[in-house]
Ligand binder design. Structure first.
Ligand code: GTP
Ligand code: MG
Length: 221
């Protein structure tokens, strides 16, 4: 009997395509951010704040991915930033061919910075390289500071961690411990960049945007 490990074969093909896409984006001077989190952590809210902060210096667009619906892409377009919606029809993550479809629909040449809002999920998106230049995740305060213990792969693979909804820290509604979270994350990923912020009040958005902007200029020059 012949045994074929389908998942490994799919991932190895995908890894190869991801490497090729990263090379192409580098040549075209386009920076691609893969933004991941659980549902509702604040991906779309962060994108609205970040693009508003950076729109005078960079040409940007957003690829939204959802299992169904196009509400997120509509919110981005309403803010004046080009966006397209990928509907995965049940898939819980994006792979490189799906991202390529999105890039094709946007005509990515001429854009400095493109964001992918990946499907809301802390498991599957962590396993699939999208070909993005960097991976960024959001953990929001109401989800709790124990998430690095439960979803270590996601925290291990990201270049930056946004801790969103820090406005909750000033209330009695949470026991979230930011220092404890940082200790847990650094055990998995020593050099990760951590940005506590609120996509509601705007606190911390400037620091995150400045860091991202410096990465974009480094990559695209
Ligand atoms: N208090 C507070 N609420 C926030 C913050 N950021 C986002 N929210 C709220 O959290 C909810 C979910 O935000 P979204 O930006 O839609 O989250 P998302 O990760 O894009 O959600 P999905 O695309 O459904 O996975 C909304 O009601 C936002 O208004 C924040 O910093 N503080
Ligand atoms: Mg969203």
């Amino acid at each position: 009997m012949k045994l074929i490990k389908v998942k490994e074969a799919i991932q190895s093909d995908n890894d190869q395509l991801a490497g090729q896409l990263r090379g192409k984006l580098k040549e075209e001077k386009t920076f691609l951010v893969n933004l991941m989190s659980s549902p509702g952590a604040g991906k779309t809210s962060l994108l609205l704040q970040t693009t508003a902060q950076m729109k005078h210096e960079l040409r940007m667009a957003v690829i939204e991915a959802d299992i169904d619906s196009s509400v997120d892409a509509e919110r981005i377009v309403d803010s004046g930033i080009p966006a397209i919606q990928l509907q995965t029809g049940g898939f819980c993550h994006l792979d490189v061919p799906m991202v390529q479809q999105g890039l094709g629909a946007l005509d990515s040449r001429g854009l400095d910075l493109i964001f992918i809002e990946n499907v809301g999920n802390l498991v599957c998106p962590a396993e699939f390289d999208t070909g993005a230049t960097i991976d960024v995740m959001i953990l929001s305060v109401p989800e709790g500071d124990d998430k690095p213990l439960k979803y270590p792969l996601m925290f291990s693979k990201c270049d930056a961690l946004i801790v969103n909804k820090i406005d909750y820290l000033q209330t009695s509604l949470t026991d979230f411990d930011l220092d404890l979270l940082e200790k847990r994350v650094r055990k998995l990923n020593k050099n990760i960049n951590i940005f506590p912020l609120s996509s509601r009040t705007g606190e911390g958005i400037e620091l995150w945007s400045e860091w991202l902007s410096s990465k974009v200029y480094e990559h695209n020059s």
